[in-house]
Ligand binder design. Structure first.
Ligand SMILES: Cc1ncc(COP(=O)(O)O)c(C=O)c1O
Length: 410
């Protein structure tokens, strides 16, 4: 008797068996010193020199203002990038989740602020364990979070820094009043293993306001609210050693505020398309350093080409990627739609334009197989879909770095 052909899924071996992991890292990484134009796509690519200029520019501005820089590692999830930031003078890093911090501690980062509230016994216990290896801190905005931290740190004899998060206008997390902040500071003081370090005051919505003056005005209001609460805490006997917050869109105002002692910017290293859409007037201009390398996979339909990088190769929550051509945003082509695995590219519609430069011959579409570079709309969640970062210098592959905290979202 012949055995039946295994067509029903239940007849196949369980994936618990020694099957190869279905992981796109199985695609061989590009060879070091190979031509960047030959990278297999989709791939996440970093222009190292541009990234270093951005890292140095913000660090220099922080040093000049006498404010510490604690870059947010949620932007990249990559210990090798944190290493560069620390080497330039960052005092430590921020992570948004306990799990996100694990690979950074493993890589040797010794000062990490979890810029978020943490709930759940396993996570709180893991945080206490990390505090045995690194100087750790975390945010709270409720007494029950403090109780949980006190219990987990007590269990392993760990010491943990605690920041009270205040709401300076975003209405996401954080207490809104001085009375609430004082009550939390008093509760923290009841536990010797917890150390009250100050305030976290972060306003995410402000970062992406396009107008320079609008951001400046919102940053001033946010800083003055933080100053008021810090003064009230001081008067109540709870001085704030650190006031931490700020991001890429508000950094220059936060440096000048005289209120923030530490800035948490993250995206400045990469300058995604969303952040590049802000107006910048002051000193802090950053360059695009992060790209998605894609390939033209189909030219079958007229007046468009299709790329092999769609929704599963990038985040589009802050807008579609830009096409990058000749070191600038393409004026000829635009990425018009992200299907799951397809990116649709059409011509920019110049009808109605009076610009002479756009009225000549139409640029030819890139040909089948051609590499196309994209500037992602939002860097943080785009990093989260890649296992590795292809780092290029002078058009050659210089490094391939693991995005070690990719998927670490608990
Ligand atoms: C708590 C916190 N701090 C800082 C940042 C700053 O990050 P970026 O400079 O990338 O906007 C963020 C970003 O969302 C954040 O949530």
């Amino acid at each position: 008797m012949t055995s039946p052909t295994p067509t029903h899924p239940a007849q196949f071996a369980s994936s618990d068996a020694a099957a190869p992991a279905s992981d796109h890292s199985l695609l061989a990484p590009p060879e070091i010193d190979s031509d960047a134009a030959a990278i297999e796509t989709p791939a996440l690519v970093l222009d190292l020199n541009a990234a270093m200029r951005n890292i140095r520019r913000l660090q220099h501005a922080a040093n000049k203002a006498g404010v510490k820089l604690r870059p947010h590692a949620k932007a990249h999830k990559c210990p090798d990038i944190a290493r560069l930031q620390l080497a330039e003078g960052a005092v430590g890093i921020c992570c948004q989740k306990v799990s996100e911090a694990i690979p950074f501690v493993a890589a040797g980062v010794r000062d990490i602020h979890i810029s978020n509230e943490i709930v759940g016994p396993q996570k709180v216990r893991q945080l206490a364990d990390l505090a045995l290896h690194a100087r750790m801190s975390v945010c709270v905005d409720h007494v029950s979070q403090i109780d949980a931290l006190a219990m987990s740190t007590d269990a392993v004899s760990a010491h943990l820094g605690v920041f009270i998060e205040i709401d300076i206008g975003q209405h996401r997390c954080g207490v809104a009043t001085l009375n609430e902040a004082v009550a939390l500071a008093k509760h923290i003081a009841a536990f010797p293993q917890l150390e009250f370090r100050g305030l976290q005051a972060y306003h995410g919505g402000m970062q992406h306001k396009r107008g320079f003056d609008e951001r400046k005005e919102m940053a001033a209001q946010a800083a003055s609210r933080a100053a008021e609460i810090a003064q009230g805490l001081r008067d109540a006997g709870y001085p704030c050693e650190t006031i931490t917050g700020g991001g890429t869109g508000s950094a220059e105002f936060d440096f000048a505020s005289g209120v923030f002692t530490e800035i948490q910017a993250g995206s400045y290293v990469f300058m995604d398309a969303d952040y590049a859409s802000n107006d910048y007037v002051g000193e802090l201009h950053f360059e695009h350093s992060l790209f998605i390398a894609a390939s033209v996979m189909s030219v079958a339909v007229q007046d468009q080409v299709v790329l092999d990088a769609g929704l599963k190769s990038m985040s589009v929550d802050s807008g579609l990627p830009w096409i990058w051509e000749n070191a600038q945003r393409s004026t000829s082509f635009t990425y018009t739609a992200a299907n799951d695995e397809h990116g649709i590219v059409r011509r920019v519609d110049h009808s109605g334009s009076t610009d002479d430069a756009t009225s000549g011959e139409l640029a030819p579409f890139p040909s089948l197989g051609a590499q196309v570079m994209l500037v992602p709309g939002h860097c943080d969640p785009t990093f989260n879909v890649y296992n590795r970062l292809v780092v290029i210098e002078q058009e050659r592959v210089a490094h391939v770095w693991p995005i070690a905290a990719r998927g670490m979202s608990w």
